[in-house]
Write a protein of this length. Structure first.
Length: 252
């Protein structure tokens, strides 16, 4: 599929899929696809579990653009570079976006495999895609309260556990230490990951409505006797893709 096809579709809604969540695209149905490498300024992720392509789906007869995979700061890119896809989607006419990720659970009342709606975030990355000028955008409500209400209502109908909480973003690629997790818990974080926040900032700066959903793929360091592996993150994400797809289809 060419970039022209994406422009012709004029999708107003987009979804970014995190580690292991690529199966959501297949669950929603694929009409066409285009590789990130075919789009100027974009490139595929080097991380397993990120396909590196845009997929055009259709939900309730409306086009939905799905970004199957993302780039990360720890791959050696700037915050501006990792959000190139957000700016590209804006040129297509995308006005609202769902950002998903795989995250470690910090809140002890959650469970691995559950979903968490992001209510707010802690930017512990030390950077932003808005660097380079006085881009003073309001971040009082990064994640749409109105949209969260829709997701909660849909989850209740589906009898699907859906938590709400604060997402902390760290640089990575190493996982956090138990002491760092204790710090984040003190700061009010309920889950931790290595993505999403730069995209959310860029999307809000472009005027998009944003929803964030974390798939809790593991316990954060120090909460359980465990060794953290990316393969486990991908495996749990793949297993839970069905629930996430059902939730997205219901809301969209």
């Amino acid at each position: 599929m060419s970039i022209t096809r994406l422009h012709e579709a004029s999708p107003e809604t987009a979804i970014v899929l995190g580690s292991g969540l690529g199966g959501v695209a297949e669950a929603l149905g694929i009409e066409a696809e285009v590789s990130y490498s075919d789009i100027p300024g974009l490139s595929a992720s080097t991380v397993p579990g990120h396909a590196g392509r845009f997929v055009l789906s259709r939900v309730n007869e409306k086009p939905v653009l799905i970004a199957q995979g993302r780039r990360h700061l720890y791959e050696g890119l700037s915050a501006y570079e990792v959000t190139a896809g957000i700016r590209f989607m804006s040129t297509l006419g995308v006005r609202r976006i769902v950002l998903t990720n795989a995250a470690g659970a910090i809140n002890a009342s959650f469970a691995v495999g559950d979903l968490m709606l992001i209510t707010d975030h802690l930017n512990l990355l030390g950077t932003t895609p808005l660097l380079g000028g006085p881009h003073f955008h309001d971040m009082s409500e990064v994640y749409s309260q109105a949209w969260r209400t829709e997701f909660l209502r849909a989850a209740e109908k589906l009898v699907l556990p859906l938590h709400q909480g604060v997402y902390a973003a760290t640089l990575g690629p190493q996982y956090e230490t138990p002491a760092e997790i204790r710090m984040m818990r003190t700061l009010g974080a309920d889950a931790v990951g290595m993505s999403t926040v730069p995209e959310a900032i860029q999307a809000r700066a472009l005027g998009m409505e944003v929803a964030g959903i974390s798939m809790l793929t593991n316990w954060a360091a120090g909460l359980k006797a465990q060794t953290l592996h990316h393969a486990e993150v991908v495996s749990v994400g793949q297993a839970a893709s069905t629930n996430l797809a059902a939730l997205l289809k219901s809301v969209l």
